[in-house]
Write a protein that binds this ligand. Structure first.
Ligand code: DHB
Length: 485
């Protein structure tokens, strides 16, 4: 069999957009794989992983675009020559979305040369990426493509606006479940993992399992009839709660200039106040008898439970000289008896403001979020009351019901607020303290809501880490082992 020829033909077919009516069989064929190997740099050193690769499996029976709506499965079979039994291994669901952009599953023929270069990985002492670490740890790795706001058909229509990405990812989960028993791995132990927009989608998968709000969307897209609930969700720097994120950003960064100058104080104040109302209405309860996590008490909560412990750990791990140097360059922090003290506002100043005003539903609509909420004929649309008021020059209007519903379908906090039951049991939430892509309240509200619902939530901030920081890749691997034992 000439594999290269068959692969070429598949690429040629795959590079066209399938008409939506094309019917695809969703039954997984366990015998159709290639055997590949990869060197993985793990915390315990380099290991040689041999795995079975199932590539480009369409996960919907009525495809809009097979280049995006298909997935890869990698099943480790040998690590350093030692055989593994992975029939029942947990499944690492590897969400590669960034910026709410689409993720191709089939390499773009125009970029093929670059792609093949990427396969020859340079030798490096840095740890390999999370998915490869999971593979080396014996997990089955599933990497789905999905649609995003940038997908545009030849006729100019957009076909990946919200909620397309979450519909596709749910369909991919359903595909795995539908093939339970045929597919390698334990479909009752699916762990979704992503960063930023991918972290947000991981959180959404973890909070909206089997929600009836997606039933008709999934049915018309041709998703398999199966559950889309997941076991665990890992979210790094999730850019989520989008319709409340502008106010949250002002709550944190209003006093600071953007890289382009100061912000309009009146608009900032209006948004900050709206966020305060929202925060108080969330009705969250802090840890260990802290009581209500309302807006006035938020800085204390962040300081006590997240920022101070993160800074303490960071400084503890430095040697005496490094610590003194860090403290000299950061005189707003003092270190006494092995603990830091600093003012919350000084911390925020240290982080600095990155985005303009509004940070997400920006008036010129150049941020990813208005683009995400466009529709088939509009590249971008406002999705907040302030945005539509600005656009229509009318201070009394609100986003329409259709837009409200779309924002809900993209928001894990919405599913938590309506007490949806299909929640993942285990959560791994991570962010950098220096991330200024969104307010720290966004992930901490997610963590607190989940804790209030009795879920097992492991949350940590990496001191001075930026967006998608991960100072502890092995921590995720150990956590996944622990929760699936
Ligand atoms: C991402 C970053 C952003 O600042 C944002 O607004 C949306 C997505 C990202 O990195 O995925």
């Amino acid at each position: 069999m000439n594999c290269r020829w068959i692969a070429g033909l598949f690429m040629a077919l795959a590079s066209c957009t399938n008409p939506p009516s094309e019917k695809v069989v969703l039954t997984f064929d366990p015998d159709h794989f290639t055997t590949e190997s990869r060197m993985v740099n793990t915390a315990a050193g380099k290991v040689d992983v041999e795995f079975h690769a199932y590539r480009h499996l369409p996960y919907l029976s009525r495809l809009t675009d097979v280049n995006y709506q298909s997935l890869d499965i990698e099943v480790p079979v040998r690590v350093n020559g030692k055989e593994l039994t992975t029939g029942d291994a947990p499944i690492f669901f590897n969400i590669k979305v960034g910026g709410y952009l689409s993720v191709r599953n089939i390499p773009d023929p125009n970029l093929m040369a670059e792609d093949s270069q990427e396969k020859v990985r340079p030798a490096s002492d840095a740890l390999s990426d999370r998915a490869d670490l999971a593979l080396a740890a014996g997990l089955v790795v599933v990497t789905p493509g999905c649609r995003g706001w940038d997908n545009q058909a030849p006729d100019g229509n957009y076909y990946g606006k919200a909620p397309a990405a979450i519909v596709d990812l749910k369909a991919a989960i359903r595909y795995l479940r539908f093939n339970q028993g045929r597919i390698p791995g334990n479909t009752d132990q699916i762990i979704t993992v992503g960063c930023s927009a991918g972290g947000a989608l991981s959180a959404l998968l973890g909070t909206s399992g089997d929600s009836p709000l997606f039933t008709s969307l999934l049915k018309s897209a041709g998703a398999a009839e199966a559950s889309d609930q997941v076991f665990a969700s890992a979210c790094y720097s999730p850019i989520t709660d989008l319709e409340n994120a502008d106010g949250a950003y002002e709550w944190m960064f209003a006093d600071l200039p953007t890289p382009y100058g100061p912000v309009d104080y009146g608009v900032s104040l209006e948004m900050r106040e709206a966020f305060g109302v929202y925060q108080n209405e969330l009705g969250l309860t802090g840890r260990e008898g802290f009581g209500p996590l309302n807006i006035d008490r938020y800085p204390n909560y962040l300081m006590h439970y997240y920022l101070v412990p993160a800074a303490n750990q960071f400084l503890e791990e430095l040697n005496e000289d490094q610590r003194q140097e860090y403290l000299t360059t950061n005189p707003w922090i003092s270190w006494n008896e092995r603990t830091v003290s600093f003012a919350f506002r000084d911390y925020v100043k240290h982080v600095g403001r990155m985005k303009g005003l509004p940070a997400f539903d920006d008036f010129p609509m150049v941020q990813p979020e208005p683009k995400l909420f466009g529709d088939s004929t509009h590249p971008a649309r406002h999705f907040t009351d302030l945005g539509v008021r600005f656009e229509m020059n009318n201070p009394n209007i609100h986003v329409d019901g259709e837009m409200l519903q779309r924002t809900h379908l993209m928001n894990p906090m919405y599913f938590l607020q309506i007490h949806h039951k299909g929640l993942a049991e285990y959560w791994w939430l991570r962010n950098g303290t220096k991330d200024n892509h969104t307010s720290q309240t966004v992930m901490i509200n997610l963590a607190t809501s989940l804790e209030n619902r009795g879920k097992k939530v492991n949350t940590w901030l990496f001191w001075d880490g930026g967006h998608c920081a991960d100072d502890d890749p092995d921590g995720l691997i150990q956590w996944m082992k622990m929760i699936t034992e």
